[in-house]
Design a binder for this molecule. Structure first.
Ligand SMILES: Nc1ncnc2c1ncn2[C@@H]1O[C@H](COP(=O)(O)OP(=O)(O)OP(=O)(O)O)[C@@H](O)[C@H]1O
Ligand SMILES: [Mg+2]
Length: 309
């Protein structure tokens, strides 16, 4: 494994196959002070000719925490994959801009190097690769890339030294209350559900992304682990970072306070609000909303279930 393929390997393990060839990007960067950090506009995406995302609009700015909720099968993980560049999904319409730059043609590892991180709903095993080795390669790839970018723009940033990496990994593992023995184990092999989720957040902690998409990181965590992981996320998220938290449950949002809550149904965001929306949802469930959405989309009963279940 090399630093260059460390980031890609995560996607290959979830069955993405080869990432499409990256085209040299000649887009000009817009002024970051006036440009939204992460801007998703009218996003339509399909897999195997089945349209899953049907016009998603979402903007995440620096320092904001957005929660994305919605019934099973509504398209939340699909959105997460499409944002991270999973090559099995085809974007058929719309745009994704990161700091003003169109990222649709970028492969997953370039997106990761630019600062987009996805914690998978179902992290997979990477046999034969120890967690420490994997993380060192992934961090090296991101740091090298940042150092090159800084050099190109006249600044300076250093690639990470092995010693610095060891210190950083120890520090972040302590933050997430992970036993040192995890460092030498093969990534996710034999990890319990909760340990896998913690390992995803450790990756986030080391990669220091600009935007973190956490897909049901709370599922499978026991009550104590939920607290530790949430505290970890809160410690990492700061004014420079945007977070998209995909979750089914309000309880995560008691620990990580969202600024905005979005509800997805049938491949669209159908309702948005503040943290109170998650409480409302917890109390009422999706039924009323489902009926409203179906009426709005002018679907009959059978189509309704198919489109919003
Ligand atoms: N490879 C595929 N082929 C056909 N349909 C697919 C494929 N991948 C995803 N889908 C469908 O896309 C829809 C959205 O799935 P997605 O995983 O995004 O839902 P979700 O909102 O994350 O659900 P959950 O809350 O259960 O995690 C589902 O109906 C799913 O069956
Ligand atoms: Mg999902």
């Amino acid at each position: 494994m090399t630093a260059d393929n460390a980031l890609r390997i995560r996607f290959e393990r979830i069955g993405c196959g080869d990432a499409p060839a990256r085209e040299d990007d000649e887009e000009t960067m817009s002024d970051a002070t006036t440009t939204p950090m992460f801007e998703i506009e009218n996003l339509h995406a399909s897999i195997e000719d089945k349209e899953i995302l049907k016009g998603v609009n979402l903007t995440i700015n620096k320092g904001e925490v957005h929660a994305l909720m919605g019934p099973n099968g509504s398209g939340k993980s699909t959105l997460a994959y499409v944002l991270a560049g999973h090559p099995s999904y085809e974007v058929t319409e719309g745009s994704i801009r990161f700091n003003g730059e169109d990222i649709l043609e970028m492969d997953p590892d370039l997106r990761a190097r630019k600062g987009i991180f996805l914690a998978f709903q179902y992290p997979t095993v990477i046999p034969g690769v120890s967690m420490a080795n994997f993380l060192r390669m992934a961090v090296t790839s991101v740091r090298n890339s940042r150092a090159e970018e800084a050099a190109a723009t006249g600044g300076s940033a250093q690639p990470i030294t092995p010693r610095e990496f060891r210190r950083l990994m120890k520090e972040k593992m302590a933050l997430l209350k992970m036993d040192d023995s995890f460092a030498t184990r093969y990534l996710n092999e034999g990890f319990s559900g909760g340990e896998k989720k913690r390992a995803e957040i450790l990756q986030m902690a080391l990669l220091e992304p600009t935007v973190a998409i956490l897909d049901e990181t709370d599922s499978g965590l026991d009550i104590d682990a939920l607290k530790v992981v949430s505290e970890g996320v809160n410690a990492l998220a700061g004014p420079e970072m945007g977070v998209l938290l995909i979750t089914h449950y309000q309880r995560l949002l008691n620990h990580i306070k969202p600024d905005f809550v979005h509800i997805m149904m049938a491949g669209r965001i159908v309702q948005e609000g503040g943290p109170e929306l998650a409480h409302e949802l917890e109390a009422k469930g999706y039924e009323t909303l489902r009926a409203d959405v179906a009426a709005h989309l002018q679907l009959d009963a059978a189509e309704l279930l198919a489109a919003t279940s």
